[in-house]
Structures are given as C-alpha cells and as structure tokens.
Design a protein around this ligand. Structure first.
Ligand SMILES: NC(=O)c1ccc[n+]([C@@H]2O[C@H](COP(=O)([O-])OP(=O)(O)OC[C@H]3O[C@@H](n4cnc5c(N)ncnc54)[C@H](O)[C@@H]3O)[C@@H](O)[C@H]2O)c1
Length: 266
C-alpha cells in the first residue's frame, strides 16, 4: 500500500491483527507494516495468513478466536517469540444473511456471537495482560454502523452494538493503566465477505452506494487509515470512542424523507 511518509509511524512496534488474512484486517496489517510495524497476522485461515504475513515480512498465527485456551496461548507466544505487543486490532468476524428471526438458524446465531463478541472479548483480555504489565498499549476493535441502527441482521448487529459498548467499558477499565481502547464502525466495506453477500443476492451494491452521503462504498484502506490513526500516538488522548468510517451512511439515512441527499452540482 502506498503511504504519504508524513503519517504516523510504528517503527519496530509489534502489531497484532486478528482476521488479518482478509478484507479490513488484511488492509490494517498491510498499512501498519508499511508504516514500520512488525505485524502478526492471526487468522483461522492458515494459508491466507501465511501468504499475507510472508508478503509483509511478518508472522502468521493460525488461531480461532472462539477458542479461549488457544487465544491465551497465542498471546503468550507472541509476547515471547515476537516481542511486547504495542497495538492490537480485532477484525476477526463473520456476517449473516438478512433473515427474519424465525428463519435464522440457531447454529449461525451462536457462531456469530461466539466469533464477533466472545472472540473479540477473549482477544482483548488476552493481550491486555502484557500491556497492563508495561502500562502501555493501544487497541482498536472493528464494530459496524449496524451497531447503531435498526437492520435485519438480528445476530450480527447486536454483537456489534456489544462490541462498541465493550470498547467503552474496557477503555474505562484500563485507561489509568496506560491502555487506550477505541473502535471503528465501518459502513458497507468492499471486502471478500461483503462481495460474497452481494454475489448471494443478500446485498445490492446500488442501494449501498445510494444510502451514503458520498455516493460510494467504503474501501478496506479507508478503515485501515482510521485504525492506524487510533493506534498511533497522534490519538494519545482518544479512548473509548466508536468512530464511524461510513462514507456518510449515518448522514444519508435522515435525508431519505426529503428524497435523499442533494445530488452533485456545480
Ligand atoms: N465488510 C463490511 O462491510 C463490514 C462492515 C462493518 C464491519 N465489518 C467487520 O469487519 C471485520 C472484518 O470483516 P471483512 O469484511 O474484512 O471480512 P473478511 O471475511 O474479508 O475477513 C474476515 C477474516 O476473519 C477471519 N475469521 C473469521 N472467523 C474467525 C475466527 N473464528 N478466528 C479467526 N479468524 C477468523 C476470516 O478467516 C477472514 O480472514 C468483521 O468483524 C466484520 O464484522 C465489515
């Protein structure tokens, strides 16, 4: 990924990205590596994690965030083998089809909760241990705009509301110990996961673009830029914040009764 050179650097710092083998997590791993971080790509997709980490000169770990023991062991191994973790991004997550609740399989509901919420919690707590000892660290969770709105995603959206709330809670928990915890709430972001939903007919690109003030979808790099800022020393006084990166999805919604946002002019 190209970089301006004037952006905040992470030279020599260890940055861990869960879900780092694809989409938003991969974009974060690439940007942090481009800015000098020693990146750890953690994912349940072993081959993809190996490929991304090799390209970045980083480390790959095959881990499933649903597994509490594996996450604890993973955090200890990174601290021992790679070094003290300065930055953590929790991007491992899954999406769902927009099904009525009476048609939503309970197994899918349980998996969404186990990965998106419980997995995020387990990862934050596991990596906090080293950061608490050093009284330093920055964490960014990947929530979603759906955390804040009524949408037909009755497992996914509540997990993201919980992630945004957890982010605020843990910021309060660990702030005096030198750890900052923030979230990014991406809008519809063109990743392999969203493309898959589009291919299945579960999301319509024209509607996603129309329901944004900027008239476009979010790109993984847009999210990575915000994540890197929140992890950097430039955000040293920012914690407990849930930052939308949504191409204006929130703004556009309240213009719908007026016929939508104003078209381009000039
Ligand atoms: N794409 C969007 O529109 C969008 C919008 C808002 C939020 N998000 C969130 O961003 C995050 C990343 O999504 P994405 O669109 O980049 O998806 P993606 O499928 O492209 O990437 C997700 C990665 O997480 C990994 N993963 C999934 N379950 C895992 C597990 N149990 N343990 C370890 N790794 C696991 C996958 O293997 C994959 O590499 C998710 O939390 C998602 O909810 C995405």
């Amino acid at each position: 990924m190209s970089d301006t050179g004037s952006a905040a650097r992470f030279d020599g710092r260890v940055a861990v990205v869960t879900g780092g083998a694809s989409g938003i997590g991969e974009a974060c791993a690439r940007l942090l590596a481009a800015r000098g971080a020693r990146v750890v790509v953690a994912d349940r997709n072993r081959d993809a994690a190996d490929r991304v980490a090799a390209e970045l000169g980083g480390h790959a770990f095959n881990v499933d965030v649903r597994d509490a023991d594996a996450i604890t062991a993973f955090a200890a191994q990174v601290e021992a083998d790679v070094g003290p973790v300065a930055a953590l991004v929790t991007s491992a997550g899954i999406v769902q089809a927009p099904l009525p609740p009476e048609e939503l399989p309970l197994a899918l509901y349980d998996d969404v909760v186990a990965i998106n919420l419980r997995g995020t919690y387990l990862t934050l707590v596991a990596f906090a241990k080293g950061m608490l000892r050093r009284r330093a660290g920055a964490m960014v969770t990947i929530s979603s705009v759906t955390a804040e709105r009524s949408v037909p995603l009755h497992a996914y959206a509540p997990t993201k509301a919980a992630v945004s709330n957890l982010t605020m809670g843990l910021a309060g928990e660990w702030g005096r110990s030198g750890i900052r915890v923030n979230s990014v709430e991406p809008g519809y972001t063109l990743t392999p996961a969203l493309q898959h939903q589009i291919d299945l007919g579960h999301r319509e690109p024209a509607l996603l673009e129309a329901n944004s003030t900027l008239g476009r979808m979010v790109l993984p790099q847009d999210v990575a830029n915000a994540v890197a800022f929140l992890l950097s020393d430039e955000a040293a006084a920012i914690t407990g914040v849930n930052l939308p990166v949504d191409a204006g999805f929130f703004c556009a919604g309240s213009w719908a009764p007026y016929g939508g946002v104003r078209p381009a002019r000039g």
